[in-house]
Design a protein around this ligand. Structure first.
Ligand code: AMP
Ligand code: GLY
Length: 417
């Protein structure tokens, strides 16, 4: 099978890496890709937001499966365009991707499906904003309704900060603060059958100790030794299946990857958000542990045959990924700096630790930074402690002027604290 992956981040690098290891994949393409993905897939230029261009490329390549990685092309209807060209696409339709594209829509679906989530108000003017902030009290949770690359959410004890963010958004969701650890649970679905993957935990704040601003994610690990072993089953029954059923009932079935961002509160599991695609950086650790070949799984979701697929197989290994970000991320990042040490990681740390590229590009003989999150180092081990050691050893070989990374990814989980 020839597979085309759309996107250019570490998530797409992780997807391409797993697909490249699947014997069923006879040719692997990525568009537009990045400097690291070029080592496992053939890169093609494309405007990932242009459905006609993506489907034309897929047709030209003779692709038997197109995997649409990021949310923006999904929300723009790129998976629909590919399907209209008669090619199986992994990823929801434009209509179904609204589960991620609009937080207000997601709240409406959850209410209809009886899915537990934070109480919330949708506000469109300063009076409504003040009323909602007053109703919930601090800490305030204020979310831009639309896509914001993980940066549209402000959680703050400060009323003025909350009000300023809310009034800067056209439409805003203000909701109840949820206390408790967060879990990301992904499920692959064809719109009817739902297959959960293994849970992971993401670190959203920029700095150690969960300080600093929210980011797209600074690291992740899996499995979660502290989580209730029945968590996946519970979320499948109370969140994932009801949501997929409700989308089908509305005539806009959701197929592809349904990502539930969850808070494990004292009153039970609550959905923080849905995403309509693999999460980054959680994908890096979840795929590091998946033993089932990936192409067949994604194709089964795309062509509606997930019910026929055998149970997924998982490695008992633990996996940790640590993101290396540019100077000033998540603000306007500095780019164009050379990255050193990539060969040393490949020589010294493989196969237990490896680099997945996000914002990188090749310039003559050098690989240089080209975005906020530049790369992530993923490592596996017998347990989280070993995976952490391997990830941070590999990170210590990488040079990038002004770069930042968290030093405490999976630290608490590793020690059971
Ligand atoms: P989101 O983009 O909705 O995932 O929000 C980004 C981050 O903001 C989440 O990962 C949480 O850490 C935090 N957050 C979002 N909603 C809430 C909430 N209701 N209560 C507490 N924290 C939240
Ligand atoms: N890890 C957060 C996200 O992918 O949205």
């Amino acid at each position: 099978m020839k597979v085309l992956v759309i996107g250019s981040g570490a998530r797409e690098h992780a997807l391409c890496r797993s697909l490249s290891l699947d014997p069923a994949v006879t040719a692997l393409y990525c568009a537009p890709g990045n400097a690291g993905i070029a080592e496992v897939a053939e890169l093609r230029p494309v405007d990932a937001l242009d459905g006609a261009a993506v489907s034309a490329l897929a047709t030209e390549l003779g692709a038997g499966l197109v995997v649409v990685g990021p949310e923006a092309p999904l929300v723009a209807g790129v998976a629909d365009a590919v399907r209209e060209a008669g090619i199986p696409a992994f990823g929801p339709s434009k209509e179904a991707a609204r589960l991620e594209g609009s937080k207000a829509f997601a709240k409406d679906v959850m209410a209809a499906a009886g899915v537990p989530t934070a109480r919330s108000y949708v506000c469109t003017n300063p009076d409504e904003v003040d009323e909602a902030l007053d109703a919930f009290g601090p800490p305030y949770v204020v979310k831009d309704d639309g896509l914001a690359a993980g940066k549209g959410v402000v959680v703050t004890p400060d009323l003025d900060t909350a009000r300023a963010h809310a009034n800067a958004c056209e439409r805003v969701v203000i909701e109840e603060f949820l206390d408790g650890p967060e879990v990301s649970l992904f499920a692959v679905t064809d719109g009817v059958t739902v297959v959960p993957l293994q849970p992971a935990q993401d670190f959203k704040r920029a700095l150690d100790g969960d300080e600093g601003p929210n980011t797209g994610g600074m690291g992740a690990y899996s499995p979660l030794p502290w989580a209730d072993p029945k968590l996946v089953e519970e979320v499948l029954e109370t969140v994932l299946k009801p949501t997929v059923d409700e989308m089908q009932r509305r005539g806009t079935p959701f197929s592809g990857l349904l990502y539930a961002g969850l808070a494990i509160t004292s009153r039970g599991v609550r959905v923080i958000e849905f995403n309509a695609r693999f999460g980054d950086p959680e994908t890096q650790v979840v795929l590091a542990r998946l033993k089932t070949p990936l192409a067949r799984l994604l194709l089964a979701a795309a062509d509606g045959t997930l019910a026929d697929l055998a149970d997924l197989r998982w490695s008992d290994d633990a996996a940790v990924t640590v993101v290396v970000a540019s100077h000033n991320y998540p603000g306007t990042p500095r780019t164009g700096d050379p990255i050193t040490g990539l060969d040393a990681v490949a020589a010294e740390d493989a196969p237990y630790a490896y680099v997945l590229h996000a914002g990188t590009r090749r310039e003559a003989d050098a690989v240089v930074s080209a975005g906020g999150r530049v790369l992530s180092v993923t490592a596996t081990g017998d347990d989280l402690t070993e995976a952490r050691e391997r990830a941070y050893r590999a990170i210590s070989r990488i040079g990038l002027d002004g770069s930042q990374h968290r030093t405490d990814i999976a630290a608490k989980a590793a020690t059971g604290a």
